[in-house]
Design a protein. Structure first.
Length: 299
């Protein structure tokens, strides 16, 4: 974990050039908020029900006259618990501009506020594969041909499926994992010091990618890799966060990349990336138009 933390810190030093001011605690954040005219709640699962008590990511600390914008915000769930519905509606009503990353998120906003809000691209999708190559040039973290495995869930059966693919293709397994018991003896190469740049590079140069990660799936698609997407959660789980991958695959016509029970068939199926790229370009254009409209509204 220390190696990985160092890699992330190095990435920040190399790529985050804009000045970043850090505020500590709710009181300081609220007190300093009047220095700013607009606030953006970014992407990922910022509006997960588990984070509601902090009042950070819903921008409740901001003063009433500020412009509040959300870009590709995600609730991470299909429904808001009944006991949080009123508080969720209260903070949503304070946003002048709302966009969500998943259709299910836009439906939650509609249900609670009556507002129709757009579903936009995750920020990583705003760049195409060539642009990511320019931002993060390939440095070949791992030489030769390999299967890249990035599985965040704890289910051993998915690791066993990747092993089947490895045996069938005679390719080694390179993994970046989360140090769960199922990973202790899994794979041929474990990259422990991977930061964001190394993560993208490992996907970019893999023959196959096997993952249950949303962003692992996104970068595989952007880099035109053959991939198999596992479900990290069961569909009937109350904590399921499969909706973001459901939405991604549905929009791009990639539902056949979901693990069907036969990983050999799933992995070797062809993908017409020219069709995918055209769909992604339409999504990028709509997303950038939303951002431009929101930014133009700032006084």
């Amino acid at each position: 974990m220390s190696e990985r933390t160092n890699a992330f810190n190095q990435f920040r030093e190399n790529f985050f050039s804009a000045p970043i001011k850090t505020y500590y605690g709710y009181d300081e954040l609220q007190g300093k908020s009047k220095k700013y005219s607009a606030f953006i709640a970014g992407s990922d699962q910022l509006w997960s029900p588990s984070g509601l008590p902090t009042n950070f990511y819903n921008l409740m600390f901001t003063y009433d006259d500020a412009t509040r914008i959300s870009y590709a915000s995600s609730f991470g769930v299909k429904k808001i618990p009944w006991y949080q519905r009123r508080r969720t509606k209260n903070y949503l009503d304070r946003f002048q501009y709302i966009s969500c990353r998943e259709e299910s998120g836009s439906e939650i906003v509609k249900e609670l506020t009556g507002r129709d809000v757009p579903t936009v691209a995750d920020p990583t999708i705003l760049f195409d594969g060539d642009e990511w190559e320019e931002l993060l040039p390939s440095e070949r973290v791992q030489e030769g041909k390999y299967i890249f495995s990035y599985i965040l869930g704890t289910d051993k059966k998915y690791r066993d499926e990747v092993l089947k693919l490895s045996k069938e293709t005679e390719l080694p397994i390179v993994s970046v994992h989360q140090y769960v018991d199922a990973d202790l003896d899994f794979g041929d190469v474990s990259v422990t010091d991977a930061g964001p740049a190394e993560f993208v590079d490992l996907i970019r140069n893999a023959e196959y990618v096997c993952t249950d990660s949303f962003h692992g799936s996104v970068f595989s698609i952007l880099c035109h890799r053959k991939l198999v997407i596992f479900n990290r959660y069961s569909d009937n789980s109350s904590s399921s966060k499969n909706t973001r991958i459901d939405n991604l695959c549905g929009k791009l016509g990639l539902s056949d990349r979901r693990f069907s029970g036969d990983i050999i068939k799933d992995a070797k199926g062809e993908i017409d990336f020219s069709i995918i790229d055209n769909k992604l370009e339409d999504i990028r254009r709509e997303s950038k138009e939303y951002l431009e409209q929101a930014f133009d509204s700032i006084n």
